[in-house]
Design a protein around this ligand. Structure first.
Ligand code: SAM
Length: 340
């Protein structure tokens, strides 16, 4: 008899103490990607804090007039990635506010350069763009698109002024997958007005979308946002969501996000790895852009290679030698062989 696939209950999301520990251990053991106990190591470069969206939760929202807006320079980024990247990095994630200008002027040439000069895989997290920009990015050599659905509840999505509108965001996820992108998505846990039932809706939606991975980011009240006085997400709830996501999809790539350390300094990130997360991110954003790449608070928690490798080792994990992009290629090939 085959077991029914896992789907979390309210009890899972609220679990604490010994129940919670057992739940997280089960999740950690469930991870089925590439060599067991290995985690993918990518670097993120944040290339523009211009944003045409106005999300209530995000410090980069267009109405935040306190932010100095700028775009990174392609030559500076190229030099950094080609000659100064940490040795453990196998993939580069290029992230920005929703800024088509930086995509055309910086990201597309940068992707071409990285793919021509290095063995690195490339993922992009650039928001909702038009089909021709998606096609140019893919043709340049990016293969993974990270586009969070943010909030599964259409009403809350609209109240929070999340990117574009709910239908459009989901249509873009479907479109990207139909064009051969490996799509990873994600949602925010602990947003104001997000009941536990609404939170569960995120798992339903994630399970219905054509995804290869999904993140859970704890809500952090951004200093320069309309939600600045709201309480931050509960770390236990966020970790329970991560464990639930892992049990729901043992084969997905699930990141440990750096914001875990903002909600629970030092231990939050390591506890994220303990729920079966298998992707870590080193921040390589050039210093001059970093301070104004404002998602949450100006006081950012920057993940360096040293901090990441220490956390991996402390959790008895190993950095993957295989890039995320090559892992997805291999996974697709083995699925095709199995289907033949
Ligand atoms: N602009 C792109 C997009 O829309 O996909 C790239 C990502 S956007 C710069 C930053 C991401 O950070 C958002 O997708 C959102 O999930 C997350 N984020 C922003 N503010 C947040 C907050 N206060 N708490 C938790 N996550 C937040």
């Amino acid at each position: 008899m085959t077991e029914a696939p896992f789907f979390p209950t309210i009890a899972h999301l609220n679990s604490r103490g010994a129940d919670q520990q057992g739940f997280h251990e089960e999740a950690s053991a469930a991870c089925q990607t590439q060599p067991a106990r290995s985690v993918f190591v990518r670097a993120v470069v944040e290339v523009s804090n211009f944003c045409r969206e106005n999300c209530f939760y995000c410090g980069m929202r267009r109405d935040n007039k306190a932010l100095t807006r700028s775009r990174a320079r392609m030559d500076r980024l190229g030099e950094l990635i080609l000659n100064h990247r940490p040795a453990s990095v196998t993939d580069i994630n290029i992230q920005a506010g929703e800024d088509p200008v930086v995509v055309r002027e910086v990201v597309i040439p940068l992707v071409r350069l990285i793919r021509r000069e290095t063995p690195l895989g490339v993922s992009v997290c650039l928001g909702t763009l038009n089909p021709s920009l998606y096609a140019e990015l893919k043709e340049a050599g990016a293969s993974i698109y990270i586009i969070k659905f943010e909030i599964a509840d259409p009403e809350l999505y609209s109240t929070m002024h999340a990117p574009g509108n709910y239908e459009e965001r989901l249509q873009n996820i479907h479109f990207l997958a139909s064009q051969g992108w490996k799509v990873s998505s994600g949602f925010i846990s602990g947003l104001p007005e997000q009941s536990i039932e609404r939170l569960l809706g995120n798992f339903r939606l994630a399970g219905d979308l054509p995804l290869q991975g999904c993140s859970v980011s704890p809500f952090i009240p951004g200093d320069e946002t309309p939600l600045k006085n709201a309480p931050a997400a509960d770390i236990e709830l966020t970790l329970n969501c991560m464990a639930a996501m892992r049990l729901m999809r043992p084969d997905w790539v699930i990141p440990a996000v750096s914001a875990l350390n903002l909600v629970e300094p030092v231990t939050g990130y390591r506890r994220g790895l303990r729920t079966g997360a298998n992707l870590v991110t080193i921040n390589m954003t050039p210093g001059e852009l970093r301070d104004d790449y404002l998602l949450y608070k100006r006081d950012r928690f920057i993940m360096t290679e040293e901090k990441i490798l220490r956390a991996i080792e402390a959790e008895n994990l190993e950095p993957s030698r295989l890039s995320l992009a090559d892992y997805y290629l291999q996974k697709t090939a083995s699925c095709a062989r199995a289907a033949a």
